[in-house]
Every structure is written in C-alpha cells, then in structure tokens.
Design a protein around this ligand. Structure first.
Ligand code: MTE
Ligand code: MO
Length: 257
C-alpha cells in the first residue's frame, strides 16, 4: 500500500468511527452489523465527502438521521420515572453556558410571554394569566450530558394544555423557544404533547428561582438537560427546523434521556 493510500484509508476509518459515534443504539449496532462504509455513508446522506467541509456536513446529517431514528423510537405514551419528595436533590445544581454571576433577572410586572408562528391566538400572556391555568407537579430526574443528574420538583401547566388553549397547530413539526439569555432550543411535537412535558413556574413548591429559569422553563423528563429551556420569553410553532444553542454546535437535536 502506498503512503498516500494508507493515510486515505486511515482517514476513512476515522470518519466512519465518528459517524458511528454520532449514532445512538440500536441504530449503531444495526449499522455495525451491516458494516458501515464510507461509500455507504455518502449514499445514506447524499454527501460527496470530498473535503473536510463535506465530511462535517455528512456528520451533521448522520446526527440528524439519528434524530429521525430517535423520534421514530420515541413512544409518546411511555412515562419517565417519578420519585418521592424525600429524594429531591438539595441544593439542586445550577447549570448554564455561563456562571452564576450572569443569571438573568427578569422583571415580573411587564413580562409578557410572546407567541408566534402556527398558533391561532398569538396574544401575549402575563404571568398572572399563566398562573391561572390548571397547575400540576412532578418529581423527576434531570440528566445533564456533562455527567450529573439530580431529582427536582417542578410545578406548572401541562404543556399540551397550554398548546391547545392557544390554538397551536398540533400537526406542526416543531415548537421553538427563545430565552431571556441568548439560549434557544426546539423540540418535536410528540414530545411537546407528552403528558410529562410541563411549562414550569415553580421549583420545590416556590416560585421558580432565577438560577433555575424564572419566570418559566420547559420541563421534559424524557429529554436531556440542554433541551429544557430556562427563562423562556417566546414560544413559536413551525415546520422549519429551528435548531438550538448547543444543537447548532453539534449536540444531538432529539436529545432523549
Ligand atoms: N436559558 C437557558 N436554559 C438552559 C441552559 C442555559 O444556559 N440557558 N442550560 C441548559 C442545561 S445544559 C442544563 S443542564 C439545564 C440546567 O438547569 P438547572 O440550572 O435548573 O439545573 O438548563 C438548560 N437550559
Ligand atoms: Mo446540561
């Protein structure tokens, strides 16, 4: 084998290995069994793989493909485990893409939750109005990809109740969120309608403290921590893929836990 050919072969192995890492089980096992090759990858994603940029593009497509596989595996009726109050983690960890000194402090009085996109009634909501919606609570585990998990108690309105109230198009693909910091994320509609997906206003029985996302966060025990936006200020419904803060930097979009 010539030196050039050997380097090429090595590169191909690295690319295939990276693509495999981007795939969750059981798809990874499936692809391993069928022998995923570079040729197979380019067929699968329609990418030519001629340079670094197209390899990056292909890996991103594999991760999106991964989203499709995960969405297909997601059972909208399966519930995440719940825990007794005695298991609540105190103090609950704070995490954000910045340190505690930059936690946004949102003022309650003039706060209005903005709505846009495929929603019949896009009138903005005050906090008082939101607090009047039927409230539920859950004690569930939050799992962060950085390697920690913690059990918390969140209270608020079941998100599907809110989506129905505002006349959201429930056949649309995505619900997107913009936050009071520069964070943003989006979720698939089946997860938005999941029974445990909650627009949360409280933590452990008290008004959601600033560090945990005042005035509201979306709590989804079926999703990893980074999919749970804090400090939500705007919600939109769309069929155009909205991405997210970490997702646009390579985190898997579906982010199931
Ligand atoms: N607005 C906003 N929401 C966010 C984040 C953020 O930086 N800003 N970080 C995410 C990540 S990675 C995690 S683990 C959780 C942390 O939530 P906690 O502070 O309540 O533990 O918030 C998620 N939602
Ligand atoms: Mo996280």
């Amino acid at each position: 084998m010539t030196e050039k050919k050997r380097i090429q072969t090595l590169d191909e192995q690295v690319i295939v290995r990276e693509a495999l890492q981007a795939l969750p089980e059981p798809s990874r096992r499936l692809f391993l069994r069928h022998g995923l090759t570079l040729g197979g990858l380019s067929l699968l994603t329609g990418c030519s793989l001629s340079d670094d940029a197209s390899v990056g593009n292909m890996l991103q497509k594999v991760s999106r493909f991964n989203d499709k596989v995960q969405a297909w595996l997601f059972d909208p009726n399966r519930l995440a485990p719940t825990y007794p109050d005695s298991m609540i983690t105190r103090p609950f960890p704070f995490n954000a893409y910045y340190g505690p000194e930059r936690i946004p402090h949102v003022a309650a009085d003039d706060f209005r939750l903005e709505l846009s996109g495929l929603i019949a009634d896009r009138r903005p909501w005050s906090l008082t109005e939101l607090y009047q919606l039927p409230q539920t609570s859950q004690v569930t585990r939050h799992i962060c990809v950085e390697g920690w998990s913690a059990i918390g108690k969140w209270g608020g309105v079941t998100f599907s109740t809110f989506l129905k109230r505002i006349g959201a198009d429930l056949t649309a693909k995505y619900v997107g969120f913009r936050c009071a910091d520069d964070y943003y994320t989006s979720i698939d509609m089946p997860t938005a309608l999941h029974a445990q997906t909650q627009l949360s206003f409280t933590w452990d029985g008290q008004v959601l403290p600033p560090e945990y996302g005042y005035p509201m966060k979306l709590r989804m025990p079926t999703k990893l921590g980074y999919k749970n936006p804090k400090h939500i200020r705007a919600i939109f419904v769309t069929n155009t893929y909205p991405g997210g803060y970490w997702e646009d930097q390579g985190y898997n979009w579906f982010g199931g836990s």
